[in-house]
Design a protein around this ligand. Structure first.
Ligand code: CO8
Length: 258
């Protein structure tokens, strides 16, 4: 499907989704979020795809929700339609791993979108922020909850209350991003990580994703039990047999997602 606000390519087993509204620094409007939900759902159901990378431009991953689209909306418009809820929930339903490759601004909804991915690889030019307070609102697609889980209460309060930006080094120190690389190497690094993930058993990747995400939602005891049950379940797969046999036989495994 041809999109107006995205460029989508499948490279080997990785689906690369590039946000593409350059004149608005990839601000998230209904069209873009609708297309993104569609592209992610398509990648999730495409057997060829084993990992997804979402990225923006050199200048901006996304500079937030589209302010011009929102500025005249009323409470009834926002609450009545549950603005953006369907789109973001469909993103969260994706069972395959999603990497955010962030260069430049990831602000407001852009920062929230990056945090909805499974991990973030940042260019040294990346700037994260939740500056909604400057507009007389607050984060609306998970920023107060997710940023707090990533960086802790003190830093999250600082970011949301002052609206200041966090650079890539601070984001790495704080646990918001998993790695920082020079801007020129961002896409090689992100696609390399995605290709590495794509070599694993997809069944196992999906189990890892489910188990780590469960840690956000439950107690330690319940989470550990959930992990253990998934671990046990892996022993019903051919990929567990293949992975362990390959180790014993000192060869590379050939996973078949079975
Ligand atoms: N929305 C719409 N247009 C934008 C946005 C945005 N968020 N950000 C930038 N643009 C546009 C600008 O209007 C400008 O357009 P034009 O050239 O037509 O005037 C173009 O992009 C380039 O922007 P600037 O000229 O401002 O570029 P600068 O390099 O000077 O500044 C900044 C870059 C610092 C990123 C600046 O553009 C900025 O501050 N942008 C707004 C950042 C922001 O406040 N983001 C939060 C938005 S609110 C939000 O995300 C809420 C999410 C929850 C939604 C939940 C719904 C239910």
């Amino acid at each position: 499907m041809a999109y107006k606000t995205l460029i989508v390519e499948i490279e080997e087993h990785v689906c690369l989704i590039k946000l593409n509204r350059p004149n608005a620094l990839n601000a998230l409007n209904s069209a873009l979020l609708g297309e993104l939900a569609d592209a992610v759902a398509g990648a999730n159901s495409n057997d060829k795809v084993r990992c997804i990378v979402i990225t923006g431009s050199d200048k901006a991953f996304a500079a937030g929700a589209d302010i011009s689209e929102m500025s005249d909306k009323s409470f009834v418009d926002m609450f009545g339609t549950d603005h953006f809820t369907d789109e973001t929930e469909s993103l969260l339903r994706c069972r395959k791993p999603i990497i955010a490759a962030v260069a430049g601004y990831a602000l407001g909804g852009g920062c929230e979108l990056a945090m909805m991915c499974d991990f973030i690889i940042a260019a040294d030019t990346a700037k994260f922020g939740q500056p909604e307070i400057n507009l007389g609102v607050l984060a609306g697609i998970g920023g107060t909850q997710r940023l707090t889980r990533f960086v802790g209460k003190s830093k999250a309060m600082d970011m949301h209350l002052t609206g200041r930006f966090m650079d890539a080094d601070e984001a790495e120190r704080s646990g918001l991003v998993s790695r920082v690389v020079p801007a020129k190497k961002l896409m090689d690094e992100a696609m390399g990580a995605a290709q590495k993930i794509a070599e694993k058993s997809l069944l196992t990747s999906m189990a890892v994703k489910e188990a780590v995400n469960r840690s956000y939602e439950t107690t330690l005891t319940e989470g550990v039990l959930f992990e253990r049950r998934l671990f046990h379940a892996m022993f019903a797969t051919e990929d567990q047999k293949e992975g362990m046999a390959a180790f014993v036989e000192k060869r590379e495994p050939k996973f078949r997602d079975k």
